[in-house]
Design a protein around this ligand. Structure first.
Ligand code: 2AM
Ligand code: CA
Length: 269
C-alpha cells in the first residue's frame, strides 16, 4: 500500500484517527461519573447509551473526512465486512468497567484495506495514553516508540488475559492459567482486551490471550503488536486477522513457548 489518502479536510489518516479518539475520549470522561442507561446484549454482555452516542460521533468525524470510505462499529455491525477502505470503531472497549465506574477502558479507531489493518489507535482517556501504529512505520505511545518485551522465560513474565463472553472461553482460559501457574510472575485480567493487547506492545506485560474477540477489539492491537516487534496469532498459531476468533500476542520466544505448553489443551481447539 502506497501513501495513505489525505482526507477531504486536508488531514492525514493519523491525524483523523487521533482527532476521532480524543473527541470520543472527552465524552467518555465527561459521562464517566454520570448515570448511564445499561442494556443487556447477552447474558453477560452489556451496552450503555454512551457506547451508542460515542460510536455515532466517531462515525460523523470519519465521514466528514473520508466520505467515500465504509465504516463498521461494534454497536451497529450488520455482519458484512465491506471491501476496500473500512474504518473499524469500538467506542468503548471495557464497557463493563465503564458502566461499573472502574476507570479502565479505551476507544479504538482503525483503518483497514481489504481486511488488512493499515493504521490504528487505542486511546485511554483516563490516563491520556494514545497507543498508535501505522503499517511499516512502528508503534508509539504518546509519540514515543514502543517495543514488545524481550523476556524469554515464562517464569519472568506477566501474563494478561480476559474472560470471554463464551463460557467455555473463560473456562479454558482458566485451565491455561492453572497449567502455567506457578511458573509465571503473575496474571492480569483488566477487562479491556484493547488495553490488554496494547500493554503487551509496550512491554508492560509479556503475553496476552483471549479465546473469543471481535474485529474492533483487536483491530488496532494486531498492528500495535506487529509494529512493536511481536507476533499476533489466533489460538491455533496462525497469523491473526480481523476475523480471528481468539488472539495470542507476545514476542516470538514466549509465543512459541506458550504454544508448546498449551499444545492439545481445550483453549487451543
Ligand atoms: P467491550 O468492552 O468492547 O464489549 C472483556 O473481557 C473484553 O471482551 C472486552 O474487551 C470486551 O469488549 C470484549 N467483549 C465484549 N463483548 C464481547 C463478545 N460478545 N465477544 C467477545 N468479546 C467481547
Ligand atoms: Ca465496545
Amino acid at each position: 500500500m502506497s501513501a495513505l489518502p489525505i482526507s477531504k479536510k486536508g488531514k492525514t489518516v493519523g491525524e483523523v484517527i487521533e482527532e476521532a479518539v480524543r473527541l470520543a475520549g472527552d465524552i467518555l470522561l465527561k459521562r464517566f461519573n454520570e448515570t448511564k442507561t445499561i442494556k443487556n446484549k447477552g447474558p453477560k454482555d452489556i451496552v450503555t447509551d454512551v457506547d451508542l452516542e460515542v460510536e455515532e460521533i466517531i462515525f460523523e468525524h470519519l465521514e466528514n473526512n473520508y466520505p467515500e470510505m465504509s465504516m463498521i462499529g461494534e454497536e451497529s455491525y450488520d455482519g458484512k465486512m465491506p471491501d476496500g477502505f473500512v474504518w473499524i470503531v469500538d467506542p468503548i472497549d471495557g464497557t463493563r468497567n465503564y458502566a461499573a465506574g472502574i476507570p479502565i477502558f479505551s476507544v479504538v479507531v482503525a483503518l483497514s484495506y481489504n481486511g488488512q489493518v493499515i493504521a490504528g489507535a487505542n486511546f485511554d482517556p483516563k490516563k491520556n495514553e494514545l497507543f498508535e501504529a501505522e503499517k511499516g512505520k512502528g508503534a508509539f505511545l504518546n509519540g514515543n516508540r514502543i517495543k514488545i518485551s524481550d523476556k524469554t522465560e515464562m517464569e519472568k513474565s506477566i501474563i494478561g488475559m480476559d474472560l470471554s463472553y463464551n463460557d467455555n472461553g473463560a473456562k479454558f482460559g482458566f485451565e491455561i492459567i492453572q497449567k502455567l501457574w506457578p511458573d509465571i510472575q503473575t496474571v492480569r485480567i483488566i477487562g479491556s482486551s484493547a488495553l490488554g493487547i496494547s500493554y503487551v506492545a509496550t512491554g508492560r506485560t509479556d503475553l496476552y490471550f483471549n479465546y473469543n474477540l471481535k474485529p474492533w477489539d483487536i483491530a488496532a492491537g494486531i498492528l500495535l503488536i506487529e509494529e512493536s516487534g511481536g507476533i499476533a496469532t489466533d489460538r491455533k498459531g496462525e497469523k491473526a486477522n480481523l476475523f480471528s476468533e481468539g488472539i495470542l500476542v507476545a514476542n516470538a520466544t514466549l509465543h512459541k513457548t506458550f504454544l508448546e505448553i498449551t499444545d492439545n489443551m481445550k483453549w487451543r481447539s
